[in-house]
Design a protein around this ligand. Structure first.
Ligand SMILES: Nc1nc2c(c(=O)[nH]1)N[C@H]1C(S)=C(S)[C@@H](COP(=O)(O)O)O[C@H]1N2
Ligand SMILES: [Mo]
Length: 397
């Protein structure tokens, strides 16, 4: 081989190595931010920061297609080079499919509003399944590389790990992975030390107020036939704790007759049953939920809303989460202040004892631990609205 030719080959190898390097970095960032978003224990701790991590994840995701595209220019030549190395060829194919699958399902998830729930559900499934295929492959690949690096010290002088060697990189990857899996438990444990044993004792009975609401005939067995799908429990705070002593439901603001109910009074109110689908903007849905509770419009009627009221402001008992509906939207028959789901009291992590259900809108309108409704004149932008979600939450299709 002539010198010139040798140089070309080296240049090509360097180009591939550089692409691999960038791809590895971007994929690592995506895996970490993705796991942070996925893990329910982190979600509770992240609260606020979640929206930023989500944006970071989306932006890095969009950028991450670039090394893949750049690789396509070299793919034919690389393929030739891998003649007689079927495993390496398979590796390339798997990686390209992972990138294509993650990227396209990610774009669909990002554009959920244009896609509708059916497409989002499928995209989320693909996104998640690829993680459970891709993550073990990535870890395996990284560990093999780490082992090989021990015999390849001169790699560093070859110019593609000058500031930050691959070994450093892999160490960081593995360290961060461990931190991500262990940290929430640790932080929670430290937090619990401060709050004493009372909290742990109450944890079992929390939000199970007495008397237990008795399901009507339509709820038990549920007319909807039982929900299909599973809720991913979301909370921007730690779960709030209620007992019969500290739970009240208040309806006030621009009304003729402000009302406060305690639990005994609240469970005595006349309830209706309603079957609906539940869609989160992140792509998951739960179908055919049978909810039993007080229709919002009936509740509002009890307080006699004043003419100047325009907006229904919804407060969570967690003290942080709020949202709102226009009075016109709040008039929809299927909106329900729910106390039972499929004939059972709503579990505390799903917003029990009382949560709102707005079937025709994305679930961020369905305020959990609902304990106050205030009628107001001006607009109110709720928790997620302030963080970039559309005020208009209609589910299409
Ligand atoms: N108080 C409160 N209500 C909330 C939320 C929350 O974080 N806190 N998340 C909303 C979002 S985005 C969704 S998808 C649903 C999730 O309901 P689940 O936790 O019962 O699955 O609750 C909505 N209501
Ligand atoms: Mo959501």
């Amino acid at each position: 081989m002539s010198n010139g030719c040798q140089e070309k080959v080296n240049g090509f190898a360097k180009r591939l190595a550089l692409l691999h390097h960038w791809n590895a970095l971007l994929v690592a960032l995506l895996v970490f931010s993705g796991l942070l978003l996925f893990s329910s224990s982190w979600k509770e701790l992240l609260g606020e920061a979640k929206i930023w991590i989500k944006w970071l994840h989306i932006i890095i995701g969009l950028v991450s297609i670039l090394p893949g595209l750049a690789y396509l220019g070299s793919a034919a030549r690389h393929w030739q080079m891998l003649k007689g190395k079927p495993w390496q060829r398979l590796h390339i194919i798997v990686v390209l499919w992972l990138i294509i699958g993650w990227f396209s399902s990610g774009v669909l998830l990002w554009q959920f509003q244009a896609m509708g729930p059916a497409v989002s559900n499928a995209a989320l499934l693909v996104h998640d399944v690829l993680i459970w295929i891709g993550l073990p492959l990535i870890l395996y690949h990284s560990l093999i590389k780490l082992g090989r690096l021990k015999n390849l010290r001169q790699h560093q002088s070859e110019g593609y790990g000058r500031f930050y060697t691959r070994k450093d990189f892999l160490r960081t990857v593995i360290g961060a992975g461990l931190a991500i899996s262990v940290a929430p438990a640790l932080i929670k444990w430290i937090g619990d030390l401060g709050s004493g044993p009372d909290r742990a004792e109450n944890e079992e009975e929390a939000n199970r107020l007495l008397p237990v609401p008795q399901p009507s005939a339509d709820s038990s067995p549920p007319v909807g036939g039982g929900a299909s799908g599973s809720f991913r429990s979301y909370s921007v705070t730690r779960l709030p704790y209620f007992t019969n002593d500290n739970w009240f439901f208040t309806l006030n603001g621009l009304v003729e007759k402000p009302i406060t109910w305690n639990w005994e009074e609240f469970v005595a109110l006349k309830r209706s049953v309603q079957v609906s689908n539940f869609h989160c903007v992140t792509g998951w849905s739960v179908y055919n939920n049978t909810w039993e509770g007080i229709p919002l419009k009936e509740l509002l009627a009890k307080a006699a809303v004043k003419a100047e009221a325009r907006v229904v402001k919804l407060y969570s008992g967690d003290g942080v989460y709020t949202d709102s509906l226009t009075l016109q939207q709040a008039d929809m028959d299927d909106i329900i202040v729910a106390v039972l789901h499929d004939g059972q009291p709503i579990p505390k992590d799903l917003g029990g004892p009382v949560r709102l259900i707005v079937p025709q809108m994305y679930a961020y309108k369905s305020v959990k631990w609902l304990n106050r409704i205030e009628l107001i004149e001006e607009d109110h932008i709720g928790y997620w609205g302030q963080r970039g979600y559309e005020q208009d939450a209609w589910v299409q299709g």
